[in-house]
Design a protein around this ligand. Structure first.
Ligand SMILES: [Cu+2]
Length: 318
């Protein structure tokens, strides 16, 4: 294993609360979106570095939020100092490659294309150059949310998470700089499976966790970058009160779902109602990915006990 490299970034894990506000418009407009592709060293966990690729220095990339009927002017920059071509394929685009050919850029270049968001839902975007699985595995994916004309139901909080796999020449936890491993990727045997790009990033021991009060409802936006594995997305200590599988928000939600599959190249929108205090651990219920490969995110519920729903120390009535 090579020596750890000096990180270019203190943190590549996206803040789950750093997302655009709900859309408050009743008519379409033209929205400009710019994303910059980057190749940068960051830590997978303390003492383990990797040369990530990203949109705007975060994983998942920034959540793009538009309204059905909007026209989007999409610009992709390829930062000076990068070594590879990059582009973007958004599943919200009707057009060749989801915009991939039109946005192909080499280091130092920029490209713009325009599309109309003709259908609502939560969709992945990702890099789609010829080695696209390598680029996605290195972090190049995010979500575009196309809100329906009438918007989404009001909630108290919205949180944004993304899962993907990292394939390296090292073992999970092995100190040093990990190189990308094409053979491991072809075999679909990841070293790490990560929530927001780093091991246990959104947990109390790393960057802290978002919170909600008992009685409140949160909406979770989740994108599965893959490139290869389906997430069995489960909230430990709760249930998904509602799920829109595939992010298909124009459909009726499923209710009281324990574990929802989110395929690579897809999304889910789900709600959590907090009835008791305590953590909700967001996991892939393929649990070796949690116990051995670094995947976990936490949402904290704060407030008084609700012993009718859950009583950790019941007084005997006998
Ligand atoms: Cu790329």
């Amino acid at each position: 294993m090579n020596q750890t490299q000096k990180p270019d970034l203190d943190r590549i894990a996206a803040d789950p609360t750093d997302i655009p506000a709900p859309i408050d418009r009743s008519s379409p407009k033209t929205v400009s979106v710019e994303l910059t592709t980057r190749e940068q060293v960051a830590e997978v966990e303390p003492g383990v570095t990797y040369t990530y690729m990203s949109f705007d220095e975060q994983i998942p990339g920034p959540m793009i939020r538009v309204r059905r009927g909007d026209t989007v002017e999409m610009t992709v920059h390829n930062a000076e100092g990068n070594s590879m071509p990059h582009n973007i394929d958004l599943h919200a685009v009707r057009g060749p490659g989801g915009g991939a050919e039109a946005s192909m850029v080499t280091p130092g270049e920029s490209a713009t294309f325009r599309f109309k968001a003709t259908y609502p839902g939560a969709f992945i975007y990702h890099c789609a150059v010829p080695n696209l699985d390598y680029h996605i595995s290195s972090g190049m994916f995010g979500m575009i949310l196309v809100e329906p004309e009438d918007g989404l139901p009001e909630v108290d909080h919205e949180f944004y998470f993304g899962q993907h796999e990292l394939y390296t020449t090292g073992e999970a936890g092995e100190k040093g700089h990990h190189d990308f491993d094409m053979e491991a990727m072809a075999a679909e045997n990841p070293t790490y499976v990560l929530m927001n790009g780093e091991k246990y990033a959104i947990t109390p021991d790393r960057y802290g966790v978002p919170s909600m009060r008992v009685g409140e409802t949160a909406r979770v936006f989740f994108v599965a970058g893959g490139p290869n594995q389906t997430s069995s997305f489960h909230p430990i200590g709760s249930v998904w009160d509602e799920v829109w599988p595939q992010g298909a928000i124009a459909s009726d939600p499923h209710r009281f779902v324990q574990t929802t599959p989110v395929q690579p190249g897809s999304c889910a929108i789900a709600t959590l109602h907090a009835e008791v205090p305590g953590p909700i651990k967001l996991v892939d219920h393929a649990l070796s990915r949690v116990a051995r490969k670094g995947l976990m995110g936490v949402i904290q519920r704060e407030g008084g006990e609700n012993t009718e729903v859950f009583d950790p120390e019941p007084q005997s009535n006998a």
